[in-house]
Design a protein around this ligand. Structure first.
Ligand code: ADP
Length: 238
């Protein structure tokens, strides 16, 4: 479970987040929408402490991240994966070697590496592409490799920061399908920042959180949100 309690984030006197409180249950898929500059990235980065809040508590898996020592925080952060719109792949490494990279860094034994990488490549549908290089892949396939590279660390929470931004509409839908399938298969908790609401809603997400000027304006099931004028009022295309 992720619990944010009275989070504030101030950058040089500017309040990017104002008293945000939010609970996300284990296994939920949660979309975060809002205009550019609303505070979506800052909010999600508080969950993994990439941006520690100026005040407030961040409780993840029962531990208050703001009170942990550096070493404890490092351990807790290993359970949280983050995927960005840029694929962050190493061009000189194959698909397999890219996925192996985080395991090499944490000295996971070779045999276990092989097993975990093979399982994850199967899960993201890239088993046949293991020996290809990033330049030989489509945008959607590169996104799958970066997802595999995060999943291979056996994370419990997946945070996505505009994962569809560099993908065409059809690939965007496939990516949302994949995220949904992975969630069901692994029971991870998923938080997705995405302005392409129509693609996110291709699959049934549990909640949509609408952020504006550092505050939560709505936290509703998509059907409830679509029944309001909140999207139009906040410049978001349905
Ligand atoms: P969103 O993800 O909704 O586009 P962000 O969380 O990136 O919004 O940013 C929210 C606000 O905080 C914006 O006004 C942005 O300019 C400001 N901001 C974000 N990161 C920083 C930073 N590192 N330093 C100063 N201001 C920042």
């Amino acid at each position: 479970m992720i619990e944010l309690k009275h989070i504030n984030k101030i950058y040089n006197g500017f309040n990017a987040l104002n008293d945000i409180s939010l609970t996300i249950k284990d296994g939920e898929i949660c979309g975060i929408i809002g205009q550019s500059g609303a505070g979506k990235s800052t909010l999600v980065r508080c969950i993994n402490m990439l941006e520690p809040p100026t005040s407030g508590d961040v409780i993840v898996n029962g531990r208050n991240m703001v009170t942990l020592s550096k070493r404890e925080l490092r351990e807790e952060r290993k359970k949280i994966g983050m995927i960005f719109q840029h694929f962050n792949l190493l061009s000189s490494r194959t698909v397999y070697e890219n996925v192996a990279f985080p395991l090499e860094l944490s000295n996971v034994p070779q045999g276990e590496q092989k097993e975990r990488i093979n399982d994850i490549l199967e899960l993201v549908g890239l088993a046949d592409y293991r020996n290809k290089y990033p330049a030989q892949l489509s945008g959607g396939q590169k996104q799958r490799v970066s997802l595999a590279g995060v999943m291979v660390d056996q994370v419990k929470i997946l945070l996505f920061d505009e994962p569809l931004a560099n993908l065409d509409p059809a690939t965007g839908k496939q990516t949302i399908e994949l995220i949904d399938e992975i969630q069901k298969e692994t029971d991870t908790t998923v938080v997705i920042i995405e302005h392409r609401l129509e693609d996110v809603l291709w699959r049934d997400v549990d909640r949509i959180i609408l952020v504006s000027e550092g505050r939560i304006l709505a936290d509703l099931h998509p059907d409830e949100l679509l029944a309001t004028d909140l999207l139009a009022d906040n410049g978001i295309r349905e």
